[in-house]
Design a binder for this molecule. Structure first.
Ligand code: DGL
Length: 298
């Protein structure tokens, strides 16, 4: 078989694709804990992060609502020309990942499977606890993801209504949070898991408190590092990773107040957070409901 060297045009298209940013979205600022890990793992990549702060929290939302929100934001980011999309929200991944993967040709990475994989690899006795929002627990995504990796593992889920909002509201050392953590970890601890997944973007911010209440014998899993590893692997596999010599940038969109996003977000990202732009919910809705013409040809 004769193989032809890529034409100049094909090589230029590939270079342009590699130079595009990675899109990432979450219900608000929690996904910045995932972005933080991605910035460390992929310092040469550019990132565009979208926080749906006006509609936070996603935890009490129905699966249909979450699928709609995810579709709107994925359309916004896809139109802006991202080369890969990360659904950096457990509730949105649980409700919408398969539907998004069906709709978009852009590669899409969710956050449930990487967490499940890290837990299965870490667990010694196959008793895996999951702390997550009520939407994530109701979807059954973790149960399915863990069963697909280890049919013999037992999954013990604990919904933590309101916990993400407490963490986002500010004082992560408040007595309110200690009480909530005590209330949510007690029933989980009784079932004796050997591994517990922090299945919500906000929970890594209170990891020491969770560890104290679960006990030293429990291994607490933060899926963020495994998510970043998976994103890097998809980029490399598809040969769309950026030039390793450069230093990447990052910028933000949010649906709520820009100043609030900036100040609360910096705490989650633990890096400076300057370039933030607001997107109106009506314009997001129009992308899906209205007569939508993509901003860029596909
Ligand atoms: N990003 C959401 C999640 O991981 C945070 C919680 C929420 O929006 O209710 O599920």
């Amino acid at each position: 078989m004769v193989t032809h060297p890529p034409t100049d045009n094909a090589a230029a298209d590939r270079a342009a694709l590699r130079a595009r940013p990675i899109g990432m979205f979450d219900s608000g600022i929690g996904g910045l804990t995932v972005l933080h890990e991605c910035l460390v793992t992929m310092p040469a990549e550019d990132f565009v992060y979208f926080g749906d702060t006006a509609r936070f929290p996603y935890g009490p939302r129905t699966q249909d609502e979450l699928r709609l929100f995810a579709r709107q934001i994925a359309t916004f980011l896809d139109d802006s020309g991202v080369k890969l999309l990360v659904v950096a929200c457990f509730s949105a991944t649980a409700a919408a990942l398969p539907a998004l993967q069906e709709q978009f040709s852009t590669p899409i990475v969710g956050v449930v499977m990487p967490g499940a994989r890290a837990a299965v690899q870490t667990s010694r006795y196959g008793r895996i606890g999951v702390l997550a929002t009520e939407a994530t627990v109701a979807s059954g995504s973790y149960v399915r993801a863990i069963a697909a990796l280890d049919g013999g593992a037992e999954v013990i889920q604990q919904a933590c209504p309101g916990l993400a909002a407490f963490i986002q509201d500010g004082d992560v050392t408040s007595h309110e949070i200690v009480d909530a953590v005590r209330r949510f970890t007690a029933p989980l601890k009784e079932r004796r898991p050997d591994v517990v997944i922090m299945g919500c973007t906000h929970y890594p911010l209170i990891a020491p408190m969770l560890q104290r209440h679960l006990g030293r014998d429990v291994t607490l899993v933060n899926p963020a590092a495994e998510i970043a590893r998976e994103v890097a692997e998809v980029l490399a596999r598809q040969a769309i990773d950026n030039d390793a010599e450069r230093e990447g940038s990052y910028r933000f969109f949010c649906t709520g107040e820009v100043d609030a996003f900036r100040s609360v977000g910096a705490r989650f990202l633990q890096m400076p957070l300057d370039d933030v732009e607001q997107v109106a919910l009506e314009s997001l809705a129009a992308l899906v409901d209205g007569d939508h013409t993509p901003a860029r040809p596909r």
